[in-house]
Design a binder for this molecule. Structure first.
Ligand code: NAD
Ligand code: AKB
Length: 320
């Protein structure tokens, strides 16, 4: 079995992606890599290495010396954090990608997964059922970095035959780890506050619709795209992917059906402008037609599973 590495493995997606890949390829074949000195407990069932994606020489040596053939590059600053440090966000989100694309161009890596985002769209993009190919004028540094990354992925595929695959994830909702600084994070935090019996103060307006997806769907989509025969992957920038779409008010109403005492207030902050520049909903017919994508979770099933499974002790662990 060829070796695989997930870089940025301790984050919201990485924690579940590593487990999914280990189930598929065998634990010993999937290396988790992140900035942390020690492997988190959830990933302790397989190999872990401390790695800084910005240390190009160290990353190159590790991947070549360990004969790693498949790379999932997740390390990035997300939209809200990136706006606070645009120069570093640009460096982190772009430099790591070039390191990995170059290793593949030189023949050391067979296949790359690199995530894009709905943030590639901007205020001039059609908002409802946003098409795969459309106007893209992102107004955040995060969106600009993802759009540039998409262009470079396609360029390396067209010019050097690099097998790079990508998804424009919507906001991802999960209970095994906390989100890391995005504009869609409210849709995870809300479940912890509801479970604690607290009122929730939402940083977006009640009517801000955004595309969202339950993590299990996102992981399955990622694995299916990476397993798809090469000729079926016709888009080498990044695929639109849709799960569900809701506003904070609609999400709160669903939660109230299970926890009638739950209350929500709204105090929009700088993230409102970011959310206003993103689509309400996504047309993902290309992913459906090319490699057979179909979501399994709608808003209702996502709310049920989140309320059953969020563990408020995760908040305390994160604060320590
Ligand atoms: P996250 O912030 O939860 O995790 C990122 C991980 O990368 C963290 O564990 C962090 O320690 C690690 N990291 C940061 N800098 C690093 C470096 N220099 N070297 C190695 N590791 C480093 O992010 P996430 O939500 O898991 O997102 C992963 C990827 O998916 C990102 O590229 C993000 O843009 C993309 N994405 C996420 C979402 C979402 O809703 N979570 C949506 C669209 C796209
Ligand atoms: C964010 O809000 O930054 C991410 C994303 C949609 O890319 N969740």
């Amino acid at each position: 079995m060829k070796k695989t590495i997930v870089i940025g493995a301790c984050g919201q997606i990485g924690t579940e992606l590593v487990l999914g890949l280990r189930g598929l390829k065998g634990s010993e074949n999937v290396i988790a890599a992140d900035l942390h000195d020690h492997c988190p407990e959830k990933l302790a069932g397989g190999p872990y290495t401390k790695m800084d994606i910005l240390n190009r020489d160290a990353v190159r040596s590790f991947i070549i010396d360990n004969s790693i053939k498949e790379v999932y590059l997740l390390a990035a600053l997300l939209s809200a954090t990136a706006e606070k440090n645009p120069a570093f966000a640009w460096e982190l989100n772009m430099e790591g990608l070039f390191t990995i694309l170059d290793l593949a161009k030189e023949g050391h890596i067979d296949k790359i997964f690199w995530p894009s985002s709905i943030a590639v769209f901007g205020p001039t993009t059609p908002k409802v059922n946003t098409p795969q190919m459309t106007i893209m004028e992102p107004s955040t540094v995060y969106g600009i970095s993802k759009q540039s990354g998409e262009r470079w992925c396609e360029y390396y595929f067209n010019n050097y035959g690099v097998d790079v695959r990508s998804i424009r994830y919507p906001g991802l909702i999960s209970y095994t780890s906390l989100p890391g600084g995005g504009t869609t994070d409210y849709a995870v935090d809300i479940f912890y506050q509801a479970k604690l019996g607290n009122d929730f103060n939402c940083f977006l307006n009640e009517d801000t619709a955004l595309p969202m997806m339950f993590m299990e769907d996102a992981i399955r989509a990622t694995l299916e795209l990476m397993e798809a025969p090469k000729e079926k992957v016709k888009i080498r920038s990044s695929y639109n992917l849709s799960g569900c779409s809701f506003t904070p008010k609609e999400l709160a109403e669903e939660i109230k059906l299970i926890l009638p005492e739950f209350r929500i207030q709204y105090s929009p902050d700088f993230r409102q402008k970011i959310a206003d520049s993103w689509p309400d909903s996504i047309d993902d017919s290309a992913a459906r037609n090319d490699w057979g994508w179909k979501e399994q979770f709608d808003t209702k099933s996502l709310v049920d599973i989140m309320l059953k499974n969020v563990n408020v002790s995760l908040l305390e662990q994160n604060n320590n």
